[in-house]
Design a protein around this ligand. Sequence first.
Ligand code: UGA
Length: 430
Amino acid sequence: MNILVIGAGYVGLTMAVCFSELGHSVICIDKQKNKINALLKGKLTIFEKNLDKLLIKNLKSKRLEFDISMKNVVNADVVMISVGTPFDDSLNRYEQNAIYCVAKNITKFINKYTIIVIKSTVEVGTCDRVEQIIKEANPKADFDVVSIPEFLREGSAVYDFFNPDRIIVGTESQHAKDVIKKLYKPFKKKKFVFTSRCSSELIKCASNSFLAMKIHFINEMADFCEKVGGNVYDVAHGMGLDKRIGVEFLKTGPGYGGGCFPKDTKALASLGKRVGANFNLIEAVICGNENRIKSFATKTLSFVENIKNAKIAFLGLAFKSGTDDCRFSPAIDIVLHLINKGTKVCVYDPAATKNARSVLKTKVSYAKNEYEAAKDADIMVFATEWKQFRSLDWAKLSKIVNSKIIFDMRNIVDRQEALKYGFECYKTGC
Ligand code: UGA
């Protein structure tokens, strides 16, 4: 099958590579020439586990190509739109011009039956609008617009692509359903959920909002545990063993972040307001998560308030481990708060420093590793759960820090091990 993917971001690029791995002929286009040139040379433009090998393999086999031209629509059986839909705070909704612009631009190239799949996370009604745009511009075009939301996570995107919990397909067209089944041929039939476009669009936003709510629940429970003496890890484990609750997304931390949960929760809440069906629960989650990030910054400062010219070693900047993505990262917000209060901060992240630098600029110093960051530090803060932070040399660290205080926002430090070397280790919810 010939597939055209429009937009080579986290979702688009992963999909393009993985669909070519399934044996389809894929062309992925993006308007950023630099990106396309790098990808043509087999250089990944994002940090994503296992994607590099598949990229090179499929480029070599010629099943995967990169380009900048919309003309590639001509040969495509399926066109997948995966351009960015950032949240526009002034409008209080997704900024979807990029999608509508693509819809207009592809119209003149549709010369046979083509399926247009909306992969970007969008507002309810977007597929209808895209259909209308294409029909108005080219009344003779033979096409179907289908909603297939993407559920892959950054950091495990390749695994998620090949192991989906479900494949949601929003369409009423039997022709489109048949083509989509072929597109996802290796996946088991029971994975498919066929529904209307409206429900499909909602499923994506509702799923992310529900997960954000689950995280916020356990974060508030962590605060509760600290007050009454419980251990949030044990509480989450005990709760999660109930299949109706499930163990996933019950890890406490400094709040959820990234390019998806913050905007999808806001989009659902604001849509609720517009249609007169207030989503009070999600509004509380949004507010609670924002307050949590602020309260973690305040808590960090409270540990060093009596130290003159305190230096903070801040470990982890990405919004979670396994990615270089710093969009809406709680870690970045906390660092900004700390520097606004005049504190000296030295940061380190195994993958996200380059992206963080564009926000933090010269307001912090940058270390090459955990040990350089910890030199003369009055507190070590762990804000992202990178695996390598779990096995630090505490003997070495104990000799280079100024004060032996740890604030472990993600509960990754081995407290007993750190204690052996005289560190006080403050955890979250235990
Ligand atoms: C999320 C969804 O999990 C994907 O299914 C979806 O496809 C994607 O958004 C999207 O809409 O494109 P992602 O943003 O990559 O994926 O990251 P998650 O792993 O879901 O983590 C989101 C945030 O929640 C991170 O800040 C993470 O640290 C936090 N989190 C996650 C917790 O604090 N605790 C947990 O137990 C799990």
